[in-house]
Design a binder for this molecule. Structure first.
Ligand code: PHE
Length: 452
């Protein structure tokens, strides 16, 4: 059965949707706490380098392959491989990618649900005058409350379903056109607020993030930066490939990718500049790990002028960012079902969402009632996170770059990217050697004992 394939309505819409996917919990929740734990600027500068040298070329390749295939990631990989005279088995790159996005969404939605709930906690003044012990308790009783986790996970998944069911142009693209500018404005307000209320701590935060202290750079930090560059650009999940499949021939991949990477980096940096001044001004710990924005930051909001309003804005910002990413996580599965089954877009979206939602419930239970259910010494939530970000994501990324650099006709790629001799030389060295080696390293280190 042949169904017509949709397209983005404009380059701008595509760019915002791709940036929406890239900018997410990774920028606001994960990046600042990683920077905090890894000693700040050395990690930040390494991450910046990897974003451009490694992330950008893979992003371009995913789009390029997706645009060539015009289908869901699995059949795109299969078709493009066959047309290049290669084995159909390359479809496995697509299979692992789609599966990865499916699994990630199950727990990403749970955290998106936390962010949504925190909007209300902040506005209700729950954090007024709290100390660390109190916010820690609020967070742990929150994690112990299956019902409320379930409700917020459901609300968050429902929002995803509605947006994705409306389709590529009217759903994904339009949602990002509304939410991304909103996100930018909220972020600027938050940074301005941090600058005003935190006094000299603003400069301290700036130094912490940007003044190089190379002594803090070790192997763990380098690999974490590399892995995060991947996660942050939504690579290795079939997502950018799926987004590329809706892309018209006229869009310049390199310049669009550059803009997306720059936006993604700016949001990460500004999030750091919104968060760390408050953390320092309140004498809190920068290296407090994943609890940084759910436990540490509320203390700051609870003890500052207009904190409940700004806290509320902060969590709205976080929810928007999570939502523009989670819709992209839903897309590959929906595209697959829509193309390969008789289901229409709406049914395909509902079916995918319900399956993902159900898996999300297992994640929720792993925080409380099923806390003892362990496989390889990890609870369900941790296991899914580990499996996807440490194994599936690098494997798919590696497959994509090897396919793009070694299996595809390079002359055609060069023409498509419109590169000069010099830049094509750089591109070739990066995609054929540097990136594969780097990705293999991430993969190997993923198997080493947890260093976090
Ligand atoms: N890039 C998103 C972020 O930074 C996370 C994400 C990963 C989204 C993989 C989609 C796929 O939060």
């Amino acid at each position: 059965m042949k169904k017509s394939h949709s397209q983005w309505s404009s380059r701008m819409g595509f760019m915002l949707a791709a940036a929406g996917s890239a900018v997410g919990l990774g920028n606001i929740w994960k990046f600042p706490y990683m920077a905090g734990e890894m000693g700040g600027s050395a990690f930040v500068l390494t991450y910046l380098l990897f974003m451009f040298v490694i992330g950008l070329p893979i992003l371009v390749l995913e789009w390029l392959i997706g645009r060539r295939g015009q289908k869901n990631p699995i059949h795109t990989m299969e078709d493009v491989a066959v047309s290049e005279g290669r084995s159909k088995l390359w479809r496995w790159v697509g299979i692992i990618g789609v599966l990865g996005s499916f699994l990630i969404l199950s727990f990403y939605s749970v955290i998106g649900g936390w962010a949504t709930d925190y909007i209300f906690l902040a506005i209700n003044g729950t954090f007024n005058g709290v100390n660390g012990e109190a916010t820690g308790q609020i967070f742990s009783s929150f994690l112990g409350n299956t019902n409320s986790l379930l409700i917020w996970h459901t609300v968050f998944m429902a929002a995803n379903t509605i947006i994705v069911a409306m389709g590529v142009g009217a759903g994904l693209e339009r949602a990002c056109k509304v939410m991304m500018p909103g996100l930018g404005v909220l972020l600027l307000i938050l940074v301005a607020y941090a600058a005003i209320v935190s006094g000299s701590s603003f400069g301290k935060a700036f130094d912490f993030l940007f003044t190089p202290n190379w002594s803090a750079l070790n192997g763990t930090a380098i690999l974490a930066a590399l892995g995060h560059a991947f996660f942050s650009l939504s690579l290795g999940m079939g997502i950018m490939m799926a987004y590329g499949s809706y892309l018209g021939k006229d869009v310049n991949l390199l310049s669009t990718a550059r803009t997306v990477v720059i936006l993604d980096v700016i949001v990460a940096m500004l999030s750091g500049m919104a968060i760390f001044p408050l953390v320092f001004a309140n004498g809190l710990e920068a290296g407090s790990g994943p609890g940084l924005i759910f436990v540490t930051l509320p203390i700051a909001f609870g003890n500052m002028a207009a904190g409940s309003i700004l806290g509320c804005l902060f969590f709205i910002f976080l929810t928007f960012a999570a939502l523009t990413s989670s819709i992209s996580l839903l897309e590959p599965t929906v595209e697959l079902l829509e193309e390969k089954t008789p289901m229409g877009r709406k049914t395909a979206t509902v079916v995918s969402s319900v399956l993902i939602w159900a898996l999300g419930i297992a994640c929720i239970l792993s925080f409380n009632e099923w806390a003892d259910v362990k496989l390889f010494d990890k609870g369900i939530f941790d296991l899914l996170d580990y499996l996807t970000s440490k194994i599936m994501l690098p494997v798919t990324g590696l497959g994509t770059v090897i396919f793009g650099a070694w299996m595809m006709n390079q002359k055609v790629i060069r023409k498509e990217l419109n590169l000069s001799n010099f830049w094509f030389g750089v591109w070739t060295v990066l995609t054929r050697v540097v990136i594969p080696v780097a990705v293999v390293l991430i993969l190997i280190c993923g198997f080493l004992p947890e260093t976090r």
